[in-house]
Design a protein around this ligand. Sequence first.
Ligand code: NAD
Length: 495
Amino acid sequence: MERPRVEVAGVAVSMDHYIGGGRLSSSTTFEDRSPLDWSTVLAEVSAGDASTAAAALSAASAAFEDWAALGPSGRAPYLYRLAELVDERVVELAAVECVDMAMRHESLRNRVISRGARNFRAYAELAEEYEERVWSSNGTINRVQRLPAGPAVVITPWNAPFMLATWKLAPALAAGNPVVLKPAEWSPLSASLLADLVDEAGLPPGVFNLVQGVGADVGPALTTDPRVRRLSFTGSPATARSIGAAAAANIVPFTAELGGKGALLVFADSDLEAAARVAAGQFDDSGQVCLAGTRLLVEASVADDFLARFNYHVDAHVLGDSHDDAVTVTPMIHPDHVARVEGFIERGLLAGDEVLRGGGRHVPDSWAGQPEHALWVEPTLISPASNDSEIVQNEVFGPVLTFQTFIDEDEAVRLANSTDYGLSATLFTGSTNRAERVGGALRAGTIWVNCFLVRDLTAPFGGLGNSGIGREGGDYALDFHSDLKTLQVKNETTA
Ligand code: NAD
């Protein structure tokens, strides 16, 4: 049964689960608050437990056979319809996501939400275009076929929640796997709107299920259930370890898209202005971006010039309400997260790091009456005491960058590759030879040269080391969600 919907940003949002094609509420709830107005409770959201998880997995299991039997071309129309609905509802989705997560409204309405539609279209197309690899050997014809694997559990983080949910959902559905989605408890609302779109698109009951809840409470019941055939996770390394243990226990393939500590390398031969602009842009949305280039590594001979240009662009940042198109640095997601970010800065100062700019809380004028609820930390640049400093080695996930210099390429590459992470790295150089050499030597899942955040959805996406295992994107995600089978037929077999 569904509780009355709650109006958020003018949109009626269900605060309940979506299981087997209908809404289901829990007797216990968790509070959802907006980073834009922390003093009020936005909604009481149903908090799933083991019985909710079991119900969702029963629905997904029951839906599996028919969904799998449709084949890629039978499933594609549902995905295309979902894409259309996302495009039609960009305004509503952006409005709710902006209040719930506080990402910039301008980027939500112009780019981020519609990426959800692109995700559904891309995977409908890719699954339909799949061509079996066929070859002869040993007197047989070999064919590689994709079999749908079974129910998939998809667990997502609080940043960019709608885009990331669709990015993980689309390949699972296209491959023939019913899904149980568990969004993060700090930004659960756009997932509920996604369930409405699934309903409107007419997906068969049980093909998509939404379980709301606190990760530690409902997560283990979802990830340890032996009916789950794929586990797809985006979030922190700590949570990935516990989900990975569940995957190991049930021998279930598992992908983990985790944190990053991206290097942003600036060579003296680069377009310093472009590099400085991109570096300053790492503070957008308060740096709550896994792919952010948070370690600025600059060739010593141009360090002063670069810093002057960087500071000019950082000075232009506007901290404030995410609805204001002039605002670039939005509030952080939660007071606990603000405290976590401040903890990094405080410990760094005690350990000898130097704050080059920022470092404190920021209270916009319109928050003067409630400074305790202002969730902004100033854009902060830190010169670390050494490369071993915690602030260099660990993901902050906030508006904090480090600044280090290098003398030559070898030192640049050594510093860039010196953390346990490897999600992305960004390189600015005017030399194509250097781009080849350094780009080839950097260890990360994605390297951008003279650009940033440019994405082709067919390219592999993922991280090395603490940044994750497995790859999303293109056929990589479809293969992950499939059981690959080789069919071998002896050559002289006749019809
Ligand atoms: P988190 O690990 O705390 O939570 C992620 C999800 O896991 C949430 O839905 C949470 O409820 C759930 N969860 C928590 N405990 C669980 C358990 N025991 N079992 C099952 N599920 C559980 O991460 P977060 O703080 O929400 O997200 C921030 C992190 O995500 C950062 O490290 C960021 O870099 C990373 N991230 C990575 C990517 C990427 O593509 N690589 C994208 C976005 C965010």
